[in-house]
Design a protein around this ligand. Sequence first.
Ligand code: GAR
Length: 218
Amino acid sequence: MALKVAVLISGRGSNLQALIDAFGPQVADSPVRIVVVLSNRPDAPGLERAAKAGLKTAILDHKSFAARAEFDLALDREIRAAGAEFVVLAGFMRLLTEGFIAAWKDRMINIHPALLPSFKGLDTHRRALETGVKLHGCTVHFVRHETDTGPIIAQAAVPVLPDDDEAKLASRVLRAEHRIYPLALRLIAEGKVRVEGERAVIDRMPAPDGVLLNPADS
Ligand code: GAR
């Protein structure tokens, strides 16, 4: 039985697109079924991608709710009404309330454009460049109350190059995001990820060989 997921977006939806390509209605025997794509912004371009793929969409405009808790209650209702059992945040730029996060504990994941616990929050690529790190990347993690924390499921590292600007670095990281998000969600759907304390453990998975050096030594 496929894992029924709700994907939450706020904008462009390129991660949503990677999930559609991996698990969309066109994929036979997918371990994941996207039952609804929800946006808090009526004009999010990602909604178009979802509709094009034949997925159910819903808009919950946060501006029409008086309080954060009310918005989250409505969100919870929509997710459950669609039959979702798991929540995937894909560029969803709203802070969620403690109650919502507790209700979906270990059943909600996020992708963050940095190698956590470095560069939590916004403007991760600018801060990575300013700091001068030589490796940067992205992280898929279960969601906890404190922003950009929670058991880490998968990470991808990319080199930071001398002539990088924010846009170049962002696009290198984004390509990595599009690989690890479907990978992490597949592992979860296949029951290969368990949470032990505040760590996510994945058994018997191939790991890459060697070391990523930047600068390289040859
Ligand atoms: C992605 O880079 C994602 O990692 C980031 O927003 C972008 C959404 O792009 N998420 C966060 O910063 C969450 N704090 P997309 O809409 O094209 O998937």
